[in-house]
Design a protein around this ligand. Structure first.
Ligand code: SAM
Length: 286
């Protein structure tokens, strides 16, 4: 099968199947072999790996993954792409295509069935409209995984990496940094896709920590505090937490902040991951 990373080959397939791009599915197909090679290199796949690809499109990256990995599972929502994938992936016997919405699929069940519950690697050129729920879903449902190597909107890649004191810092930064080590491996301009997206893109690799870098006694509670603080970014941390309906008393929050030697007018956006973990441990105790 011809390499679909070469633009002329992608255009041939799109014409052969009279494919119409669906904007609502965030369809921007990669047409740059250098970028594809960079993603494959960064994801560090071998024949020992089982890979989950989210949104294979016409199978461009799937072909590269199938060459390198032991097993590839590709979940694609658009049923118009299924006959195309049957054609473009027909030479590979190690690829399973599932026609479903990734947000509705039980990924843990797939990992159990396909990889005996052993950690998988996720590699994808993500549909940008659901980047955050996909990444958070993978982490929060504790899918066994080694790493996630994904193309995302440049701005989202920035958000995943930053710390307090920047405008991009938020719940996504803290969640990603609690579960994984983020590293941008490539910046990708719009002309590497068909059709061209109207934003810049970046490939980010998230390497899952075996143990989180901070100790939160109740991870779920810590993330409730984090979400509450950033939902009301302009409010003080005290007011943000009081308004969140978490059943916390003002007295207890003040007590916790004082014991951490933090100002009572501090905003949530000034706290580090370590401070959120400490705060959640203190408030849990109270
Ligand atoms: N992997 C292909 C490539 O690199 O050329 C396509 C990437 S394109 C940015 C995103 C893909 O995700 C599209 O094929 C789109 O149909 C698919 N997609 C969108 N929403 C999805 C969802 N909820 N579940 C599974 N796939 C989805």
């Amino acid at each position: 099968m011809a390499n679909l990373g070469i633009p002329a080959n992608t255009i041939d397939i799109l014409q052969k199947y009279h494919f119409n791009f669906q904007k609502k599915f965030g369809q921007n197909f990669l047409i740059d072999t250098k970028v594809l090679e960079r993603i494959i290199e960064a994801s560090d796949i071998s024949k020992d790996d089982c890979v989950l690809e989210i949104g294979p499109g016409i199978g461009t990256m799937t072909q590269y993954l199938a060459e390198k990995a032991g097993e590839v599972i590709a979940v694609e929502i658009d049923k118009a792409l299924i006959p195309i994938l049957e054609d473009t992936l027909k030479e590979y016997d190690n690829v399973t295509v599932i026609n479903n919405d990734i947000l509705k699929v039980d990924i843990n069940k797939i990992v159990n069935e396909k990889n005996n519950g052993q950690p998988i690697k996720v590699v994808a050129n993500l549909p940008y409209y659901i980047t955050t729920p996909i990444i958070m879903g993978l982490f929060e449902s504790h899918v066994p995984l080694k790493s996630i190597t994904v193309m995302v909107q440049k701005e989202v890649a920035d958000r995943m990496q930053v710390g307090p004191g920047t405008k991009d810092y938020g719940a996504l930064s803290l969640a990603v940094q609690y579960y994984a080590k983020p590293e941008v491996v490539a910046n990708v301009p719009p002309n590497c896709f068909i059709p061209r997206p109207n934003v810049g893109s970046a490939v980010i690799r998230l390497t899952r920590y075996e143990k989180p870098p901070v100790m939160a006694e109740d991870e779920h509670f810590m993330f409730s505090l984090i979400r509450a603080s950033f939902n009301q970014r302009r409010k003080t941390l005290i007011n943000g937490l009081l308004n969140a309906g978490l059943g916390l008393s003002k007295e207890n929050i003040i007590h916790a902040l004082e014991s951490m030697q933090l100002s009572l007018t501090i905003r949530g956006e000034a706290l580090t991951l370590e401070q959120f973990a400490k705060l959640s441990n203190l408030l849990k105790k109270e």
